[in-house]
Design a protein around this ligand. Structure first.
Ligand SMILES: [Zn+2]
Length: 161
């Protein structure tokens, strides 16, 4: 698995739901966590490694020491509250870091790789990274939120048409 870079079509596709919870899915989670750690990322969505499925991994331990790697399957934001601005980056848009405003808190429904349904409230960095990664499942990149001028600069930097 290789990390896909902006300009790759798969990053713009709406990923399909995961419908089989098996050992393969558990293994995919482990592999994606390894790739994320090797790339010094704090989140990685399946489309970023060429798999158009609603599946993502997060490990914010570089930002919050007590955090552990987590896997989210078919995540859905049921409610969002507040607003905050934080600087984001993305393994699929190398070397670009920009402020993005998003809801501060989210109520999330998701499944674990073994098929257990969960509903959880997230705030802070966890909420931020989840929203960024869920965007990937919908073909959205964080640079889509930037001003037209910044978008143009990014398009020329990555030779997008
Ligand atoms: Zn990203």
């Amino acid at each position: 698995m290789k990390i896909r870079i902006i300009g790759d079509d798969i990053l713009r596709q709406v990923a399909s739901e995961v419908d089989e919870f098996d050992d393969k899915l558990v293994r995919l989670g482990e592999e994606m966590i390894d790739i994320m750690h090797d790339s010094d990322g704090i989140g990685l969505a399946a489309p970023q490694v060429g798999i158009s499925r609603r599946f993502l991994v997060i490990d914010i331990s570089p930002l919050e020491e007590e955090a552990e790697p987590m896997v989210f399957v078919n995540p859905v934001i049921i409610e969002s509250m507040g607003e905050c601005t934080l600087e984001e980056g993305c393994l699929s848009v190398p070397e670009v870091h920009e402020d993005v405003t998003r809801p501060e808190e989210i109520l999330l429904k998701y499944y674990t790789p073994t098929g257990e349904a969960k509903t959880e409230k997230y705030s802070g960095w966890m909420s931020r990274v989840l929203q960024h990664e869920i965007d990937h499942l919908n073909g959205i990149l964080f640079v889509d939120y930037l001003s037209p001028i910044k978008k143009k600069l990014i398009a020329s930097r990555f030779s997008l048409t």
